[in-house]
Design a protein around this ligand. Structure first.
Ligand SMILES: O=C(CO)[C@@H](O)[C@H](O)COP(=O)(O)O
Ligand SMILES: [Co+2]
Length: 213
């Protein structure tokens, strides 16, 4: 059984509260919130005030994916807004190890993300420190892109780099039943999916299909 993290990037932003209530009723494992600053990625989305506004709609953990430059400058704002897990991109900050520990000292989980072009060897010495590794299977910035197949090999590599059974490997981008199955087979624990769920004619069925993988 895969853990499922629907990305609200593909939800109707005019009805975000309704989208969160829907996900709450489906008992998804995490709600994935894509924060984009228009600099690290060429798109702008939510910030702490929006996260704070949707927080009362559910107690499902908020899995906050920071696609922002210098996450160390604002990470506390996302924690205060209600993040349960914060994942940042290792190439967006200089001292990734220090930032992981700042997040964990605040009492929440810390993750690191790798873009499709990044070598997993670059995070070998962070694997004992983090709670999760988020493998991007698209270039970050937009929903609805196609899955990049080399992510399958990358997941196997990360899994082979650690003995930790509690290290969560999550994948994000272009996930559907087929690509999700390949990533679970490669050692992934959790699947982020945006357009597959929210553009599906039956979003509940899409969530259930991913859970079953
Ligand atoms: O972080 C991102 C994109 O940068 C993702 O979380 C997207 O929201 C995934 O969307 P789909 O590829 O599943 O449509
Ligand atoms: Co994301």
């Amino acid at each position: 059984m895969a853990l499922v993290a629907p990305s609200i990037l593909s939800a109707d932003f005019a009805k975000l509260g309704e989208a969160i209530t829907f996900l709450d009723e489906r008992a998804v494992d995490y709600i994935h919130i894509d924060v984009m600053d228009g600099k690290y990625v060429p798109n702008l989305t939510f910030g702490p005030p929006v996260i704070k506004a949707i927080r009362p709609f559910t107690s499902i953990p908020f899995d906050v994916h920071l696609m922002i430059e210098k996450p160390e400058d604002s990470v506390e704002d996302y924690i205060a807004a209600g993040a349960d897990r914060i994942t940042f991109h290792t190439d967006a900050t200089i001292h990734a190890h220090r930032l992981i520990h700042r997040i964990k000292e605040a009492g929440i989980k810390a993750g690191i993300s790798l873009n499709p072009s990044q070598n997993p060897e670059s995070v070998r010495y962070l694997l004992d420190d983090v709670d999760l590794v988020l493998l991007m299977s698209v270039n970050p910035g937009f929903g609805g892109q196609s899955f990049i197949p080399s992510t399958i090999e990358k997941a196997k590599q990360v899994r082979a780099m650690t003995d930790r059974e509690d290290l969560e490997i999550m994948v994000d981008g272009g996930i559907n039943e087929t690509t999700g199955a390949a990533m679970v087979e490669a050692g992934c624990d959790s699947l982020v999916a945006g357009s597959y769920i929210f553009k599906h004619e039956d979003p509940m069925a899409a969530i259930d299909a991913l859970k079953r993988l």
